[in-house]
Design a protein around this ligand. Structure first.
Ligand code: PLP
Length: 449
């Protein structure tokens, strides 16, 4: 294995590299952790530490690190056709084969996909697409998109606007006009004095109220992650999504699921909306589509919207690398492996249920841990001041960051989203590895308490 000079890498990194979502001042004082290689669910840093990746990178390495087949596919495709575009009525075999394969794993009625390079681009594509759809329908006034507070839809101006992260809105005058938000369906905080099912209906009513406030004739779409990821793994009560779907149908508002995290097996079905029991008109994906081996995203377009777009002729939108041949070939190999090696099925029947059981057993008895939750291989708990009153800590996020740092020092990566501690490991994690990961996590939380 290649040797690295950690100090030199840190200094050069600090001198020349602006990191995303990082406090650069403190990063430059401490120096970044240098990750050099990876295998399965493990990462190694330049100092030789073996780290359990309880986050699959950024919720994306569904298939696990170190696969040998994906680089081979990439090499072969790069030699054959490294690049050509899909603009102006051209195509190539890799992207045609991927589209056909995605049609096989998608629910019925999603015959078309539009390619992007990231989740943010998928979200922006979807925002332009729904507005274009209503234009073609002769309803150009239907332009407003409804997102949710604490939702995350990426970092582009469109995605960051649609997301409900106020710390992102504060930087750069967001949201853009035509994007509004409703409260998130987090029962623990917003549903005091109600059962989860009652609260699910209440939270759906907020969507209806917003539609009525704006006027249904002006609302293009409601957009939500089936389970909010970066917002802290907020799993809505079972009543929420079916009721939101009913409301969207009633007012002829398109329903969009942002599946960038939930897609490709994370929740135990291929897509999160299948687990959560609703049917969107469009869903956005990226991450698990290639398990992060190369950047690629796809917007799955339901037949009603696709027919509308096709009737409209040109959709003046696309990226130089939409349907990039090498990314498309790698995504094919990844999706086939997720399907043919039974990885998605195992999350549903085996590792997912096992993780939920062990997650509850592991964290259930800590005084400052509550709202323990999970579906498939995405789970969380919340650090709270007083469990009996469902009272959160006053400085939201401070405890979470401390806890995350203890994990980090113990070579375990889980993430703090405010005071929610979340985990989304590679989908290939074994039961033994789940036990190992949770043993480390429990020891860390013990020192914290
Ligand atoms: N949508 C959701 C639900 C996400 O979780 C993310 C990223 O975490 C994005 C969109 C943006 O994806 P990307 O970072 O690939 O642009």
């Amino acid at each position: 294995m290649k040797q690295h000079n950690t100090e030199a890498l840190r200094q050069q990194d600090a001198a020349h590299h602006l990191h995303p979502f990082s406090d650069m001042q403190s990063l430059n004082q401490q120096g970044a952790r240098v990750i050099t290689h990876a295998d399965g669910i493990y990462l190694w840093d330049s100092e030789g530490n073996k780290i359990i990746d309880g986050m699959a990178g950024l919720w994306c390495v569904n298939i696990g690190y170190g696969r040998k087949d994906l680089p081979e596919v990439a090499k072969k495709q790069m030699e054959e056709l490294a690049y050509y575009n899909t603009f102006f009525k051209t195509t190539h075999p890799a992207v045609v084969e991927l589209s056909t394969l995605l049609n096989e794993v998608a629910p019925q009625g999603f015959s078309h996909v539009f390619y992007t390079n990231s989740g943010s681009e998928s979200v922006d594509t979807m925002m332009r697409m729904v507005r274009r759809y209503w234009d073609v329908q002769g309803k150009p006034q239907k332009k407003t998109l409804i997102g949710r507070w604490n939702g995350y839809h990426g970092s582009t101006i469109g995605g960051a606007s649609l997301g409900g992260m106020t710390y992102m809105h504060e930087q750069g005058d967001l949201p853009i006009p035509g994007v509004v938000h409703v409260e998130q369906p987090w029962w623990y905080k917003h549903g005091k004095d109600m059962t989860p099912d009652e609260f699910g209906l209440q939270a759906a009513r907020w969507v209806e109220e917003k539609i009525l406030e704006i006027g249904a004739d002006k609302v293009a779409a409601f957009v939500g992650e089936p389970i909010q990821g970066a917002g802290g793994v907020i799993i809505p009560p079972a009543t929420y999504w079916p009721e939101v779907e009913r409301i969207c149908r009633k007012y002829d508002v398109l329903l969009v699921a942002d599946e960038v995290i939930c897609g490709f097996g994370r929740t135990g079905e291929w897509f999160g909306h299948q687990t959560l029991g609703f049917r969107p008109d469009i869903f956005t994906t990226a991450k698990g589509l290639s398990s992060g081996y190369l950047p690629i995203g796809a917007v799955f377009v339901g037949d009603r919207v696709a027919e509308g777009l096709l009737a409209g002729g040109d959709f003046n939108h696309g990226f130089t690398y939409s349907g990039h041949p090498v990314a498309a070939a790698v995504a094919q190999a990844n999706v086939r492996a997720l399907r043919d090696e039974g990885i998605v099925e195992r999350v549903k029947n085996e590792t997912g249920p096992y993780m939920q059981k062990r997650w509850r057993e592991t964290f259930g008895n800590f005084a400052h841990v509550d709202d323990i939750r999970g579906v498939g291989l995405i789970q969380a708990f919340t650090l709270v001041k007083d469990r009996s009153k469902r009272e959160l800590f006053p400085d939201w996020g401070e405890m979470g960051m401390k806890c995350r740092d203890i994990f980090f020092r113990n070579n375990l990566i889980m993430r703090a989203c405010g005071d929610h501690i979340v985990s989304a490991p590679p989908l290939v994690i074994s039961k033994e590895e789940i036990d190992k990961m949770l043993d480390v996590a429990a020891r860390c939380v013990e020192t914290f308490e």
